[in-house]
Write a protein that binds this ligand. Structure first.
Ligand code: SF4
Length: 379
């Protein structure tokens, strides 16, 4: 085992402590020969500190498109020539989507709106939606409504929103290359208000927007410093009409290193695959990621892109849970917060060696991303 993997094993797996920026950087640049070992270690760390469960989340956009902000990756900005038009859903549609999510096994349902921050009318709509959903569906409700002030955070907590999503999006040093209409600090301040008002913090970002590997490592430790309950990890899906439309996709091996390195930076956090996963990782890579550090997935369609049918996500989750629940994985200590036994962990890593048929780093299968990518790029 390489030195950095030994350090990661001792800190993240055994002690449950996140790695520092230099250590994360070394994992992000680990050579191909050690990639599988890295994935195994990330998986064992996830099992040891988060358990075997994989969380599936449904997501619905209450208000899509027409946002006044200029996030360069986002086709919901009203400032770009992108094809997403402003649409608002009604309460009945939200309840129906929550029912569908529950039916597919989702434990969490997130209401999202493309706004800089919510006005009172939007907050009142969300309050009505939360009541309507909780009357009919047994599901935990989260929200993502942009930048909050103190009063708005308190209102959301009061109406029963348990978790609030607001992504830091990228490292502090790269953020000004992505957005000019608000600051990284404004986003961070919202996360502080979410925590102070008793909601769980969900914050992640997008990999592959042009940041350096060093900035990816910086982002991982900045996220870790917020101590988020959940980190949604997106890979750039270059949307037509946005300033980042021509940015290349993140290669599969690089994406898998990122998943594993972020897990080892945040051993106890729910690490959720979100937008662009199917493009960067492909189907085999998505399952590899669920066996390489991730433990949650957003099912079905994303906000502005197709995602995958929720049944396929459900299948991927089932396969990953089956693999996670095998005898070798359980021997590492499957309960959340358990202190792993290093000897058992080493045995486990050896016994549960994954054989995933991952596309070698630097190569691509056909287009590299499977039929969905072909479909999207031919549109
Ligand atoms: S990421 Fe959010 S704030 Fe930025 S343009 Fe898109 S919807 Fe608006």
């Amino acid at each position: 085992m390489s030195t950095i993997l030994e350090i990661a094993q001792e800190k993240a797996l055994v002690q449950g402590i996140g790695l520092n920026q230099q250590e994360v950087y070394e994992l992000l640049t680990i050579d191909d020969d050690h990639l599988q070992d890295l994935l195994d270690l990330a998986h064992q760390t996830r099992i040891a500190h988060c358990g075997v469960d994989v969380s599936l989340e449904g997501i619905i956009s209450l208000k899509t498109g027409g946002c006044p902000e200029d996030c360069s990756f986002c086709s919901q900005s009203g400032l770009f020539e992108s094809p997403v038009r402003a649409v608002t859903l009604n309460i009945g549609e939200l309840v129906e989507a929550a029912k569908q999510s529950e039916k597919m096994g989702a434990s969490e349902f997130c209401i999202v709106a493309a706004v800089k921050g919510p006005d009172q009318k939007l907050l009142d709509q969300v309050a009505d939606a939360v009541v309507a959903i909780t009357n009919e569906v047994d599901i935990s409700i989260s929200a993502s409504l942009g930048i909050l002030n103190e009063d708005q955070a308190a209102q959301l907590k009061g109406m029963g929103v348990s978790r609030y999503n607001h992504n830091l999006e990228s490292s502090r040093s790269f953020f000004p290359h992505v957005v000019s209409t608000h600051t990284w600090e404004e986003r961070k301040n919202t996360l502080d208000l979410v925590r102070a008002n008793g909601m769980e913090v969900c914050s992640g970002g997008i990999i592959g927007m042009g940041e350096t590997i060093e900035q990816r490592a910086e982002f991982a430790v900045q996220l870790a410093s917020v101590e988020p309950d959940e980190v949604p990890l997106n890979f750039l899906d270059p949307r037509p009409g946005t300033p980042f439309a021509d940015r290349p996709l993140v290669p599969q091996g690089e994406a898998l290193r990122t998943v594993a390195a972020f897990r080892l930076a945040m051993p106890r956090t729910q690490l959720r695959f979100a937008g662009g996963t199917e493009l960067a990782l492909g189907d085999d890579g998505t399952e590899a990621g669920l066996l390489g550090g991730a433990n949650a997935i957003i099912g079905g369609n994303y906000l502005t892109t197709f995602g995958r049918p929720m049944e396929r996500d459900r299948d991927a989750v089932d396969r990953a849970m089956h693999a996670s629940a095998g005898p070798s994985c359980c021997s590492a200590g499957a309960s959340a917060g358990a202190t792993a036994n290093p000897t058992a962990a080493e045995d486990t890593a050896a016994n549960s060696r994954l054989n995933l048929g991952i596309t070698p780093v630097g190569e691509r299968k056909n287009t590299g991303h499977g039929p969905l990518y072909d479909t999207l790029t031919s549109l």
